[in-house]
Design a protein around this ligand. Structure first.
Ligand code: SAH
Ligand code: SF4
Length: 365
């Protein structure tokens, strides 16, 4: 018999589910707390719900977890999980421990349609949107692994979320926003919007909506300071060009010194790493409360680029620091297990492009 996965529900949907199944409405709050504060995967331990009700719930519903098929641990403590979804496609999820925090990097799609030329994910031929339960399921499986339940415990390990795994989150806005709202729910996982960062290659129609509806930190994958080069590196720039992108960032709701745009800039040798590029970057984002993240290019087997020399990266960083931007070089993490930015790609399916042309359509704004 079909069992409803409760992770598919927003809180309102869980209330409707209770109503439709003639359960009292307060059951929704109880379930929500058990699932998202205590991380329960079955109804048995829900001791404020009567036994007959628990049995009834167990007959009609379940609380899923995605299946972990591989776990890799880096020498720097970074952990990468390969996660198999119900249709057998796979995504990767990463945990990065730092001194004062632990960041979970979540995927929003299987693969990515945008084919940025330096990104491994973009070369994966199979692409589909993840559902909200597949996105929240990644976080829950990480919290299981880290012993992070109940969510309110002191010394919790997963404190920050970045939507920087596989996929373009703003091409899957509905499911991503539903999952983020669940993560933020104070009666549940309770991660504040200040600790959540969504990274986009610049899908302009959804930028303002992200700011208004979710209020999370925004990171923009900039990587080039003129349209000619950005068209090549981040091809979606042909549709949403730099001028329009910068304008929509300038108007990102509630920007201030404590809520700044993060500009991600991958350092590609002799491509975008000159002093002139650094100066043009400063000009481009002038007046916008900003942080800059210089990411040394993480190479992957078969990639066309090389990372800039340390000397070039330091010079680029110095120009930015002279203009008032603080320590902008991002330490690569988990490189030995291919868990660093832009290296995520599951190798499980290798179909030819021609075989996948009609695969699940991607929502296009
Ligand atoms: N699709 C979204 C989020 C996922 S990519 C986006 O593009 O923003 C997360 C970050 O890694 C982006 O800034 C992306 O441009 C960067 N990235 C991709 N490939 C990389 C690589 N090989 N080395 C370093 N950074 C890379
Ligand atoms: Fe997609 Fe982001 Fe990779 Fe570009 S950098 S191909 S948008 S995942």
């Amino acid at each position: 018999m079909f069992k409803q996965d409760l992770l598919d529900f927003s809180f309102g949907e869980l209330q409707n589910f209770c109503k439709n199944n003639k359960l009292p409405i307060f059951r929704a709050s109880q379930l929500w707390r058990w699932i998202y504060c205590f991380g329960l995967k079955s109804f048995e331990e829900m001791n404020n719900i009567s036994k007959p009700s628990r049995e009834f719930l167990n007959n009609i519903s379940l609380i899923s977890r995605p299946e972990i098929t591989e776990t890799q641990i880096s020498i720097d403590g970074t952990i990468k999980w390969l996660i198999k979804l119900k249709d057998k496609s796979e995504v990767e999820t990463v945990f990065i421990p730092q001194n004062d925090r632990g960041t979970v990097c979540l995927s929003s799609q299987v693969g990515c349609t945008l084919n940025c030329t330096f990104c491994h994910t973009g070369t994966q031929s199979i692409v589909r949107n993840l559902t909200s339960s597949e996105i929240i399921g990644q976080l829950m499986v990480v919290m299981d692994h880290l012993g992070d339940w109940p969510s309110g415990k002191i010394n919790r390990k997963s404190t920050n979320i970045v939507m920087m795994g596989m996929g373009e989150p703003l091409l899957n806005y509905d499911e991503v926003s539903k999952a983020i709202k669940i993560m933020m729910s104070e009666d549940g996982i309770a991660i504040s919007r200040r600790k959540i960062t969504l990274s986009t290659s610049g899908i302009i129609p959804y930028i303002e909506k992200t700011g208004i509806e979710l209020g999370v930190n925004l990171a923009i994958s900039l990587h080039a300071v003129n349209n000619e080069l950005r068209n090549k590196l981040v091809p979606i720039n042909k549709k949403y060009n730099l001028e329009n992108l910068i304008n929509s960032c300038r108007n990102y709701p509630k920007l201030s010194n404590s809520r700044r745009i993060t500009w991600e800039y991958v350092m590609l040798k002799d491509v975008n790493d000159s002093s002139e590029d650094a100066l043009n970057l400063i000009k481009l984002i002038k007046g916008i409360p900003s942080k800059i993240n210089l990411i040394p290019f993480n190479s992957w087997p078969g990639s066309l680029f090389e990372t800039s020399t340390q000397k070039k990266i330091d010079k680029f960083a110095q120009i930015l620091m002279d203009a008032g931007f603080a320590s902008p070089i991002r330490m690569p993490r988990g490189q030995d297990i291919y868990a660093a930015c832009g290296q995520l790609k599951s190798n499980s399916k290798k179909l030819r492009k021609s075989q996948t042309n009609n695969f699940v359509p991607i929502h296009n704004p």
